[in-house]
Design a protein around this ligand. Structure first.
Ligand code: CP
Length: 334
């Protein structure tokens, strides 16, 4: 493996904390880890790396793939995971503060992976734990409509593998569609793509679901090229990758707010496939609803099921970096 050319992160909180050297390193590490997976000896070696460490999966917002892929990543590395998936089953139900809950987890485990409906909560908890005698690392596994940094790591990895190299992401047009206002995957992926020169972002949504102004200002400052449109059919024909997302109605302020927005024009249907570029990459963080036609699953350009598995491997790599065992992953050992 190459030497580290970045400071080892203490926590994983935001896509904004990653630069290109980090991304190139984690993807090379991920590719190497996948080679270990090809043999029993390789897998047993991975499982020996963190047998002395424990992780906490604290997910107080629904999740299937992020939860399961982190759990599987812990298993792959021999790490023992504990879980709370509903704060009504913890002492928060008895009035314990979130701050005291996190300090309690830190007493028992060496890594906290947390998902919460509250934007910025993982940042706040990381600051809190840093002030304690046992400052364990925190991974943000989704924080309200704010950030989903580990999703964006797997998304870029999927783009890199689909385009055959990291440099091939450069100069591509990436079209993001759906509820861009409240989609945390959109926010994190947009931030991460500013590390790839020449990329153009094309945001496609109904006017009610346009990107938030803070993201717009960030993109303007980073000088990445981007455009916003309501014209779905024109946009998908120019895209090298299409990233579909669902309506995030869990963040509706009033009951049924999202239902009043006409999203019917922002769905990728089987009959749209001839409009797409021959090598276009079709992605979705999942879960999906009607915005992504299941009939598309058989098209070789559909990469969303690969995204799921890529998530497990990139999360294995991320945990090895956070826990300081990535330098033990050296291919010639096999
Ligand atoms: N992509 C994603 O975060 O999926 P889950 O909500 O199922 O974890």
């Amino acid at each position: 493996m190459p030497d580290l050319v970045f400071d080892r992160p203490k926590h994983i909180l935001s896509a904004g904390q990653f630069d290109r050297p980090f991304l190139d390193y984690i993807y090379e590490l991920t590719n190497t880890i996948r080679k270990y997976d090809k043999s029993k000896d390789g897998l047993q070696y991975l499982q020996s790396l963190l047998t002395h460490r424990r992780a906490m999966l604290y997910f107080t917002q629904p999740s299937t793939r992020t939860f399961m892929s982190f759990q599987a990543a812990c298993h792959i590395l021999g790490m023992k995971p504990s879980e709370i998936r509903d704060s009504s089953t913890s002492s928060e139900r008895k009035g314990e503060s979130i701050e005291d809950s996190l300090r309690t987890f830190a007493s028992y485990v060496d890594l906290i992976i947390m998902r919460s409906p509250v934007a910025g909560l993982s940042d706040r908890m990381a600051c809190l734990l840093d002030e304690t005698p046992r400052p364990v690392p925190i991974i943000n596994a989704g924080s309200g409509p704010d950030e989903h940094p580990t999703q964006s790591i797997l998304d870029i990895y999927t783009l890199q593998r689909s385009f055959k190299s990291a440099s091939a992401i450069e100069n591509k047009t990436i079209c993001m569609v759906g509820d861009l206002k409240r989609g945390r995957t959109i926010r994190s992926l947009s931030r991460l793509l500013t590390n790839y020169p020449g990329v153009k972002l094309l945001f496609v949504s109904p006017p009610e679901f346009k990107i938030e102004d803070d993201l717009r200002q960030f993109l303007l400052k980073s000088k990445i090229s981007f455009d916003e449109t309501t014209n779905f059919l024109d946009a998908i024909g120019t895209a090298d990758a299409i990233y579909m997302t669902r309506v995030q109605d869990e963040y509706d302020l009033g009951l049924g707010d999202s239902k009043r927005v006409d999203t019917s024009k922002y769905a990728l249907k089987y009959q749209h496939l001839p409009l797409l570029k021959q090598e276009c990459v079709i992605m979705h963080p999942l879960p999906r609803r009607s915005e992504l036609d299941p009939a598309i699953d058989i098209d070789p350009r559909a990469k969303y099921w690969r995204q799921e598995r890529n998530g497990m491997w990139t999360r294995v790599a991320l945990i090895t970096i956070l826990m300081g065992v990535d330098q033990h992953i050296v291919l010639p050992r096999l």
